[in-house]
Design a protein around this ligand. Structure first.
Ligand code: GLP
Length: 268
């Protein structure tokens, strides 16, 4: 796993935008996996800025979002479909047929989840998956306990996640308790993963994900198993990591998974 620690969220957004740009230069028809959340906003703003400058073209790309609340339609102010439309798809004038999100209003949510997984496969799989992380270590909406080989499915959300996301909802309206999310296994199949995390609130989860064992209790720890994963953190998000990791700007991190692998090679 590679770790990039920068001072500010803006620098992190810029570094992530560089990786998106590189990916699209290399393969203009890339399949991108996209997150929502506050962390991604400066990244999407930067992508829009680069698009307006003519530096970035997404017109041949296909996108798949990680997740959507069950029961929210695309016009609900807190739906991820609306977030994506307003922050990225409309400013970049992406044709709707190229941008995919799970349908939160599907009559049969389980069939919708299966169909979504099939659509990702039919598109050739995800080339670059962008990720955020929840304060409890979730990725997408894979909450603690999510099987590491899980696929796109309907999930129940933790109370801490509902609390963290409450501010996106109109006053007095509670967030839905269920969502459709890509699974941890689905995410791990992406050819490259870039996780972006900023702010002190994420420090504990990142320490567990990077320095702790690979465990369903910390879904983001599964990223230790991925051969091509970069984490871009600001100083606050990296503040619980060991100083040797935190102070270097760019690092190949030895995760607990690497240590285990080394020990078993030493034994054999
Ligand atoms: C949400 C999304 C995740 C996102 C996370 C962090 O619950 N399902 O994909 O990464 O929360 O959000 P934020 O960036 O707002 O902290």
């Amino acid at each position: 796993m590679e770790l990039i620690v920068l001072k500010t969220p803006e620098q992190c957004a810029n570094a992530a935008a560089n990786l998106v740009e590189e990916q699209l230069n290399r393969k203009p028809d890339s399949v991108l996996g996209l997150p929502t959340g506050k962390t991604s906003l400066p990244l999407y703003q930067e992508l829009v800025r680069r698009h307006r400058r003519g530096q970035l073209r997404l017109d041949r790309a296909t996108t798949f979002n990680l997740d959507e609340y069950l029961g929210l339609g695309p016009d609900h102010p807190a739906s991820f479909a609306r977030y994506m439309r307003e922050r990225l798809f409309a400013p970049l004038a992406l044709p709707p047929g190229q941008c995919h999100l799970p349908d939160g209003m599907a009559a049969d949510p389980c069939a919708e989840a299966e169909g979504y997984e099939a659509r990702i496969r039919e598109a050739g799989g995800i080339d670059l998956q962008l990720l955020g992380i929840g304060i409890n270590g979730h990725i997408g909406f894979n909450e603690p306990g999510a099987p590491l080989d899980s696929r796109t499915r309907v999930v129940n959300l933790c109370s801490s996640t509902l609390e963290a996301n409450r501010s996106h909802f109109p006053p007095g309206e509670a967030p839905p308790a269920q969502a459709i999310t890509m699974g941890v296994g689905t995410i791990l199949e992406a050819r490259r993963i870039v996780l972006l995390a900023t702010g002190r609130a994420k420090a504990h989860a990142l320490h567990a994900a990077i320095s702790g064992p690979v465990s369903p209790e910390v879904p983001a720890s599964a990223l230790q198993r991925h051969p091509n994963c970069v984490m871009i953190l600001d100083a606050a998000a990296a503040s619980d990591l060991p100083p040797a990791i935190r102070t270097g700007r760019r690092h190949a991190v030895t995760t607990s998974r690497d240590r285990e692998r080394r020990q078993s090679t030493d034994r054999s």
